[in-house]
Design a protein around this ligand. Structure first.
Ligand code: FES
Ligand code: FES
Length: 190
């Protein structure tokens, strides 16, 4: 049994300790926003935050993240309001979208450390691959998100998607609110 915290919730996995974190997130927790791209550490589609660092979840095992705090794209914000998410939409830095969750996680972690990154900082932090070639827009989006975080700019909210964030979260078991427990029967009620 491996115990860790995912998206602020304690989780125990009965999977083999050498299981990659990516499989546990996707297959056991249904957190499918973390994408399975190459499985070899090359593409960055599986990027998550582990104790404040950007980690490719296909490269770490459950036993390596025992007791640690993991954040996935699902918990970056429940209403898509994180400045990086807003800036990606505003700058149209999304084409097919497959690489987007990993890109957004890497960008958000970079901006948490430095909200005014240089091109070189972005080069070093974002090694993610995008087969659609959004790179020029990606740089603009990250810099714009930085301006939002520095309160130099505001981005109008993107049009709402066809499903409310709350309903989307209900489809992800690990993000569901626990059902209220039935009161236990007592002898006096029998
Ligand atoms: S799936 Fe992890 S780096 Fe590609
Ligand atoms: S937007 Fe298609 S892979 Fe990046």
């Amino acid at each position: 049994m491996t115990k860790l915290t995912i998206n602020d919730r304690p989780v125990q996995y009965k999977m083999a300790p050498e299981t990659p974190l990516l499989w546990a997130l996707r297959d056991a927790s249904n957190l499918t926003g973390t994408k399975y791209g190459c499985g070899n550490g090359d593409c960055g589609a599986c990027m998550v935050e582990v104790d404040g660092e950007a980690i490719r979840s296909c490269l770490v095992t459950l036993q390596e993240v025992e007791g640690r705090f993991v954040t996935t794209i699902e918990a970056l914000s429940r209403d898509r309001s994180h400045p990086v998410q807003q800036a990606f939409v505003a700058e149209q830095a999304i084409m097919c979208g497959f690489c987007t969750p990993g890109m957004v996680m890497a960008a958000a972690i970079l901006l948490k450390k430095s909200d005014d990154p240089s091109d070189r900082d972005i080069d070093e932090a974002i090694g993610n691959l995008c087969r659609c070639g959004v790179y020029p827009r990606l740089y603009e989006a990250i810099k714009r998100a930085g301006r939002v975080m520095r309160r130099e700019e505001r981005i109008s909210a993107a049009p709402p998607p066809g499903i409310s964030p709350e309903d989307a979260a209900k489809a992800v078991p690990s993000l569901r609110m626990p059902e209220p427990e039935e009161p236990a029967a007592t002898d006096s009620e029998s």
